[in-house]
Design a binder for this molecule. Sequence first.
Ligand code: GLN
Length: 539
Amino acid sequence: MKFIMVTGGVLSGLGKGVITSSLGLLLKQCEYKVTVVKVDPYLNVDAGTMNPFEHGEVFVLDDGTEVDLDLGNYERFLDMELSGEHNITTGKVYKAVIEKERRGDFLGATVQIIPHIVNEIIERIERAGEDTGSDITLVEMGGTVGDIESMPFLEAVREIKNKHGKENVLVVHATLVPVMGVVGEQKTKPTQHSVKELMRIGIQPDIILCRSTEPLEERPKKKISQFCNVEEEAIFTSHDVKIVHQVPLLFEEQNVTSVVEKKLNLSPRKPDLVQWKEYVARSTSPKEKIRIALVGKYTGLKDSYISHLKALTHASAALGAVPEIVWFDSEKVVRGGDINVGTDLAALEDVDGILIPGGFGFRGIEGKIETARIARTKGIPFLGICLGFQVAVIEFARHVLDLQGANSSEFDPGTVHPVIDLLPEQMDVEAKGATMRRGGQTVLIKSGTMAHDIYGTGVIRERHRHRYEVNLEYIKMIEGAGFMFSATSKDGVRMEIGELRGSAYHVGCQFHPEFLTRPNRPAPLFLRFVEEALKRKRG
Ligand code: GLN
């Protein structure tokens, strides 16, 4: 079993997720069996309780685990499905160790960070590799070298390297090489310092990946090599590129794969990147632009909607287009609005398609309902996801069925028309962590519907994350007026897809199709959405 540990220095936000995914892709395309683990040094057990505005999107795996958005990157790049075991957090580690201590597993020992916490981390990393039968396990260490929280994880890296041997464990250190405005020179000191910090805890990096705006120049490369004990051929540039999918190609141009193979004592293979290159070519030279409104409340941090953006990008690329996202803060979308105080609704009519993503809580909900009304009445292609789907149902109930005050009991517990209501099994649930209806579930699609035509099958599996759903008592009424539920859960009691009969595309889904999009295999509901938006654009 081989390991590649990716650490980060200088600052956060270097794109270690993309770096790790890219290394993984290159090795996978060499026909090695690879898997990926993300280490998050925070105390939360999982990402499910974290605010997307602070931390970016919560990604949901097939097994229902709520994880860091980097796991979405791995799944998309490597076209694989991961389990919750592949996201190790400080919370999970401590919880497990404390449970073992309570059970008496440590036989009277004093339970300590070293060895108990570190051993737990090592076991988890090894298990992720073993359980998936992988040749190579890539581990992305969240956080930055030097953080107090990361210490036990870095100690685990040091120990794994000792235990498994140098030829089986590679440390790839990602750092920043900034350019000082006045002199315009690439500065290596931050890299030198972060490598020193790593070495202080006993880790010598094998490969250094330098993030920079422009390609790394020879002089700074030599300097880094000299001061960090890494040969020049193992120092690579990871400068800014147009789209993240170019990163594996950038690495390959520099022979990253053969250096990795050499250091890990693997026989040389070449990655097959034909399809990947095709995707990159298609998406970097689009024939047209498509304007999609994204109406949500976390528009201040684009990472909050990263999977939606990927899904739109993949779908557009398949159709020779590139999406231009027009962000609308749902709290500012108000009827009779003014561009200074709210958002002029006319701006919403000026786009080719409207997307309302998932969300929680009351803020901005009326703006979303108003958005769905505009989409429906003006015939603008509309895709509502999870909360967006619920919003479409509320809007339809209010304005077509004339059920005044119709709402979700999430936002108005006393509403006379709770067209969206709590899932029955949620009635007694109070804890917030990992308690929603989550993960992959079978969805049955009725034949003769738009959804059936889109998916080309009657049985699909999609990922979920919700507490509320369409209230069965209103189904007959809603369907009678033309909004039909074209897909349900296996037992038929959960509405999974809704479509406005006769519309070009006014569709909502309770699940999250954005979690299953792939560069060369866009999510079907997104693909049709973009297709219809393109039609509208072309007139
Ligand atoms: N808040 C809604 C619910 O819990 C929608 C959730 C979501 O959009 N992920 O059902």
